[in-house]
Every structure is written in C-alpha cells, then in structure tokens.
Design a binder for this molecule. Structure first.
Ligand code: NAP
Length: 232
C-alpha cells in the first residue's frame, strides 16, 4: 500500500513511517525542515531497502505549500492511507496568548489536514477505498491546562474527522481520529518529565497500524490513548 504521512521527520510521524515500512509498505513523506526530512528518509531507506520511500519538505501551515506537496504526491503515487500528523503545541491561555496564536495553530493543526485531505481525496474516491488518520489529541476531547488555541485547533480537527467520516462512509473510505495523551517526543525533551511516565511514539504507531488492518466493513472511529498513570 502507499502511505502518505505528514510531519514524518520525527516523533509520532516518524514512528508511524517506520511501522508501515517494516510491513513492506511504500512511504510518501513530508515535514517542514528539509534537513530533518532528508535525514529521516535516509534512515528509513537504509532500514527498509525494499520499500519505496520518498519525501519532500513543505510548510503545511501555508495553503500554497500544501498544494505543492499534494501535487508532488499525486505525481508519485495513488495514496491508500493518509496520516495527517503534522502539527505543534503552543502552550498558553486564551486570555494571555499573543494575537495571531489561534490563526497559527489553526493553520498548522487544522488547515494543513483539511487542504491535504481535500487534494488527495479524489484519488481515493476513484479507487473506492482508503483510510485517513487525523492525529488529534486528548486536548480535542476536553479543556486542557494551558491548552489555549492548541486545544481549540485540536477540537476542530476532531470535528473535521467526524464530518469527513460521515461524508465518506458509503464511499469505502475510513476516517479514524487518533487522540493521544502525552507521548515522549521532541515536545517533551528538556521538560524534566521521565520518558517512562508517558507513552512512546511507537505505542501510537502500533494502534494506527492495527486499525489499518481491519476488514473493509469495520472502522475504528476514535483511538483514545493515555499514559497508564493518567494525564500529567
Ligand atoms: P514532533 O516530534 O515535534 O514532530 C512534529 C512533526 O510535524 C515534525 O516532522 C515537524 O516538522 C512537523 N510539522 C510541524 N509543523 C509543520 C508544518 N507547519 N508543516 C509541515 N510539517 C510540520 O511532534 P509530535 O509530538 O510527534 O507531534 C505529532 C502530532 O501529534 C502533532 O499533531 C501533535 O499535536 C500531536 N500530539 C502529540 C502529543 C505528544 O504528547 N507528543 C500528544 C497528542 C497529540 P519540523 O520539525 O520540520 O517542523
């Protein structure tokens, strides 16, 4: 299968890429910083020489760059699975965060997924099958301490996922919203949090891979995962 993953250079996205490549699938990857993406693609090619692994960098918070990325994608592949993972967490309080914070978080965490999906959907619709994973958050489900605009953008991403699932349910395309609690990635490095206290990126990748393996008549609608000891 052909797997498109955004934000694939590190963290959860990189773990998902590894998981699919380990099962022999072909990867079409993007993330913002060119050098980090090149490093990730090189590492994956060395580990999985039998898979096609291609990458192009793009800032998906900019609509024009999303279209460049999706055009590149469609030149190389017909996607079976799309993982909308690119995004970042700007902590803050709504009353205190600087002007522009909501726009920045919506652009990176919501519109990146919205435009990527709209561009790649016609190819999936033509095939009559596909699976879209949107990496939301537990901050999509409830108010989150210092969540501010991040939490607003992740609530919206969950709303996008639910509406998309309804629209696509009779077209053979599945939509899964993934809502992880804390996962040890770059965002947590230097925070002083013990990596063993929170989840591993591989935990999220394992669940996504499992959800992608069901019969066409079954969909995992939501994946909610938390550290065993609960939220921080
Ligand atoms: P990470 O290690 O910082 O990786 C984020 C990836 O997304 C990187 O490849 C990054 O590329 C890319 N990215 C960010 N902004 C982008 C943009 N504007 N355009 C293109 N690529 C962009 O973060 P992570 O913890 O794995 O997070 C991945 C996703 O999981 C995010 O959506 C995050 O909100 C969500 N999530 C994380 C946690 C957690 O505790 N870690 C919990 C719940 C949900 P660059 O580095 O080049 O910018």
């Amino acid at each position: 299968m052909n797997i498109v993953i955004t934000g694939a250079s590190k963290g959860i996205g990189f773990a998902i890429a590894k998981k699919f490549a380990a099962h022999g699938h072909h990867l079409f990857l993007t993330s913002k910083t060119a050098a980090d993406l090149i490093k990730a693609v090189d590492e994956l090619r060395q580990l999985y020489p039998n898979c096609t692994i291609e990458g192009i960098h793009a800032d998906l918070s900019i609509e024009g760059q999303v279209h460049c990325f999706t055009e590149w994608c469609l030149l190389h592949t017909q996607p079976d699975i799309l993982v909308n993972n690119a995004g970042y967490f700007l902590p803050g309080k709504i009353a205190e965060e600087p002007a522009g914070t909501l726009e920045a978080q919506l652009n990176a965490n919501l519109l990146s997924a919205y435009y990527t999906t709209k561009d790649l959907l016609p190819a999936m619709l033509k095939k009559g099958k596909g699976h879209i994973f949107n990496i939301c958050s537990i901050a999509s489900l409830d108010a989150y301490e210092n969540g501010g605009s991040y939490s607003i953008s992740k609530f919206a991403l969950l709303g996008f996922s639910k509406n998309l699932r309804l629209e696509l349910k009779d077209k053979g395309i599945k939509v899964t919203a993934v809502c992880p609690g804390a996962v040890y990635t770059n965002s947590w490095k230097g925070s002083g949090v013990d990596p063993k206290r929170i989840m591993e990126a591989n935990d999220i990748a394992d669940m996504i891979y499992a959800a992608s393996q069901l019969s066409p008549q079954a969909v995992v609608e939501d994946i909610v995962m938390r550290p065993q000891l609960g939220d921080l």
